[in-house]
Design a protein around this ligand. Sequence first.
Ligand SMILES: *[C@@H]1O[C@H](CO)[C@@H](O)[C@H](O)[C@H]1NC(C)=O
Ligand SMILES: *[C@@H]1O[C@H](CO)[C@@H](O)[C@H](O)[C@H]1NC(C)=O
Ligand SMILES: *[C@@H]1O[C@H](CO)[C@@H](O)[C@H](O)[C@H]1NC(C)=O
Length: 406
Amino acid sequence: MDSENTTTEKNWKHSLLYLIFIISILHLTNQTNFSRKLILGNETVRIKKNPELPLRFRSDGTFKILQVADMHYGNGITRCRDVLASEFEFCSDLNTTQFLKRVIEKESPDFLAFTGDNIFGSSSPDAAESMFKAFGPAMESGLPWAAILGNHDQESTLNREELMTLISLMDYSVSQINPSADSLTDSATGRMISKIDGFGNYNLRVYGAPGSMLANNSVLNLFFLDSGDRVVYQGIRTYGWIKDSQLQWLRHVSRELQGQETDATYPIKTPALAFFHIPIPEIRQLFYKEIIGQFQEGVACSRVNSAVLQTFVSMGDVKAVFIGHDHTNDFCGKLDEIWFCYGGGIGYHGYGKAGWPRRARIIQAELQKGKKSWTNVQRIMTWKRLDDEKMSKIDEQVLWDRLLSR
Ligand SMILES: *[C@@H]1O[C@H](CO)[C@@H](O)[C@H](O)[C@H]1NC(C)=O
Ligand SMILES: *[C@@H]1O[C@H](CO)[C@@H](O)[C@H](O)[C@H]1NC(C)=O
Ligand SMILES: *[C@@H]1O[C@H](CO)[C@@H](O)[C@H](O)[C@H]1NC(C)=O
């Protein structure tokens, strides 16, 4: 009976989600002109637009990612927090949209990565509508984009599963809900894992430059992970964390990807980047270390340390990790030879610091020039853009260089 109830509830939830999705689409079709339409009965429904896949480096040997952290979108007109008194009156979610559009135009990235708290659930009467507004510039850009969830996204009318489903169905989104747990075993119990925790754990592969030797191989791997929201753990309220099933999946995919290694001249694993929302506890140690950028608030991580850092170290391919959550931290710091970088908060409805411009992070991977064509990734760079008049570029740095690593 229990399982029957769960199934009924699940079916009911799916129907509801589907209905919400159709309604949101219909709502949007009324507002925008779409080129591709599907007629169902006498209702017009549109089909998801897909980017050209696979993701791949440009013919100039670069691949540029824009990290968008903590949009904290409300209903589209919710007011700004932590801006100067003089800025308050004419400031809303629309400023977040405006900045996102400006930075896309300025940097012309190849891919957008949204690292959670995309919407601020408690300011959104309708989660689907807020999501469509928040991701509007991404959908309009026609660029492939991916998102994961933070701890606030589910505080409105959709739960985490529904949100990831919706996000995966949006125009040009390459986000996925979850991989299958086939052939994974729990490290503590040795039992088979039946389900991977969370929603929004997936891997994207970036192929070599067109026409190059590695045009049909992934030369850069991107991992997206769900770091959860809030939980009560041993009687204490704390933030979520990346679970063992997710780490087992990660190790499995990483091993699988290394299996297709091609270039014998450089016996270095294909580099990977990871994206999730909530920082890991070790990031606190960076307060005492050399960092690039600013450390202005406490690291709001989980009380549980699930050994994410050790997992990355043992995998060997993750060179840099991009997180959000703490809006006024925007630094990069190194733990066990892996860089951890904050995005630094783009959203005006999210908390910030008056007079300290909202910002976004850019990550650029560059290929190595072979004798005849582009080969593997040679170097990974990062910098930030500020939402000031000149869109100042700050804190440019190298995250990884093949020649300097082994
Ligand atoms: C849709 O079709 C039904 C029956 O075919 C008709 O009764 C209804 O008026 C139509 N609706 C619209 C908006 O045209
Ligand atoms: C928000 O956008 C409005 C309209 O474009 C602009 O006048 C205002 O300066 C912006 N505020 C901030 C803080 O960027
Ligand atoms: C990549 O695949 C395409 C299509 O199958 C093929 O035409 C091309 O020769 C392949 N390139 C390399 C370098 O293997």
